[in-house]
Design a protein around this ligand. Structure first.
Ligand code: GAL
Length: 445
């Protein structure tokens, strides 16, 4: 009992600490989307099960999907849900800030205050299992998976990420890829640049672009996770996917030579980023690439949603993409999932939402807008553009690796410290100190 209370208190402190590190608004102001309030008239039959007649009530959906590049998929999913369940009121309680920088702290405070949202965005892996499941705050969803025939609809690796001790605790809505480089096609063409596949080719290309007077790499690390993402991709490149996973399992140490190598590449690469990186967020950095003011950026493929929906750019015409150099055969997995916290008011209505989110139709509505691929194995590829179908193909054959920056690889305590140390490294670039601090923090893995 008190172990759980202690876990919870630790979580609140950690999330609050993480949010304090960001310059963004941490007021916890939520965005209620009035348009999504229950107004649709039609109740369309839900796939494979009867349309709910009148479980009624309200569902509060908590996420960090607000604004450019983030919210289109969610709003479309909410519309679909309202079509199917006009009797259930929806409150879109999103808190802005990439990677949940602010939302996670607001969520932790609410969970501790016994005021959980009806359902919330949480990454599969440690973020779900070591936090909310460990604190005994989530309902197991095994019966729900059975009842809605979801058990064999997701890849086993994803089910593993949302399970602990034989119970399933959330429903994945998507799979994002974190080891992607997006680039401006015209800039690459103008400077005769080929897509680099190894880290040394990458550095060479960065150098050529810099010599040609182009900003080679766009970075917006106002929120530190974007830089952590580069570092985790470098770790994946130098360690390979097996040892990258062994690092998070505590079987490979941070004193490993290949961790140092990753830090050395990191330092080198930081020499090629835009000068104002510390005052930009991920959208502002991606915009530099979209508008041809920088050649490329490493970003999860929510940037694809941003390029297509917000900047109106064409896939493989205006922007291209390739795996982060050195990780061509790998796939850094980021999965957004939603579960059922204990003690919510309308669990049946929440399950209806989880069912729409986990349905083929729900996933094929959400993901083409979000830039991610569907988590379900039976989704319809014709709903996706070439980026989506390429990524679906890669997912099948690649070595899968869990993201640190997006909560899957390690518990929140380590993620918070890693973000802080990355942030310090970006300014001070002291490799020995960086590794030493990571090693200390790894004691908590
Ligand atoms: C990730 C999340 C994505 C996207 C991104 C930027 O953590 O999984 O869906 O929202 O942050 O905020």
């Amino acid at each position: 009992m008190w172990k759980k209370a202690l876990t919870l208190l630790m979580l609140v402190l950690l999330f609050a600490l993480a949010a304090c590190g960001s310059d963004d608004d941490t007021s916890g102001e939520t965005e209620t989307d009035n348009e999504t309030e229950n107004t649709e008239e039609e109740n369309t039959e839900n796939e494979g099960e009867e349309a709910s007649e009148g479980s009624g009530g309200k569902v509060e959906i908590f996420s960090w999907w607000t604004g450019a590049g983030e919210e289109d998929g969610l709003l479309a999913l909410i519309d679909l849900f309202q079509e199917k369940h006009p009797d259930i009121e929806v409150e879109n309680a999103a808190v802005s800030g990439g990677a949940g920088t602010n939302a996670k702290a607001v969520l932790a405070a609410r969970m501790q205050g016994n005021d959980p949202p009806s359902t919330f965005q949480v990454h599969g892996g440690a973020e779900l299992n070591e936090s909310w499941v460990a604190a005994d705050m989530m309902e197991p969803l095994n019966d729900f998976y059975e009842e809605y025939d979801l058990t064999d609809k997701f890849p086993e690796e994803l089910i593993d990420l949302v399970s602990k001790d034989g119970n399933i605790y959330s429903v994945p809505v998507n799979i994002h890829r974190g080891n992607v480089m997006f680039y401006n096609k015209a800039v690459f063409e103008e400077h005769n640049i080929e897509e680099p596949t190894t880290l040394d080719e990458f550095v060479q290309v960065l150098d050529e672009l810099q010599a040609a007077g182009v900003t080679p790499l766009a970075l917006g690390d106002k929120e530190a996770w974007t830089a952590t993402q580069i570092f985790e991709n470098l770790l994946l490149a130098t360690l390979g996917s097996d040892d990258y996973k062994a690092l998070w399992a505590g079987e490979v140490g941070f004193d490993d030579e290949r961790v140092r190598e990753a830090a050395e590449y990191f330092q080198q690469i930081l020499g090629y980023v835009n000068e104002d990186h510390a005052s930009r967020n991920w959208q502002d950095a991606s915009q530099l690439v979209g508008e041809g003011e920088a050649a490329m950026t490493n970003m999860g493929d929510w940037a694809k949603g941003y390029f297509s929906n917000d900047l109106d750019l064409e896939t493989n015409e205006d922007f291209g993409y390739f795996p982060f150099p050195g990780t061509t055969e790998d796939f850094m997995v980021i999965t957004d999932t939603f579960g059922l916290p204990k003690g919510v008011e309308n669990p049946d209505a929440v399950k209806e939402f989880l069912n729409v989110l986990g349905s083929k139709e729900g996933q094929d509505t959400f993901n083409p807008l979000k830039g991610s691929i569907p988590a379900r194995v039976d989704a319809d590829p014709s709903k996706y553009d070439e980026y989506g179908t390429d990524t679906m193909e890669d997912f099948q054959s690649a070595n899968l690796a869990p993201s640190l920056a997006h909560g899957s690889a390690a518990a929140e305590g380590f993620v918070t410290k890693a973000n802080q140390e990355v942030n310090i490294f970006v300014t001070q670039q002291n490799i020995d100190q960086f590794i030493q601090k990571l090693q200390q923090a790894a004691g908590e893995l």
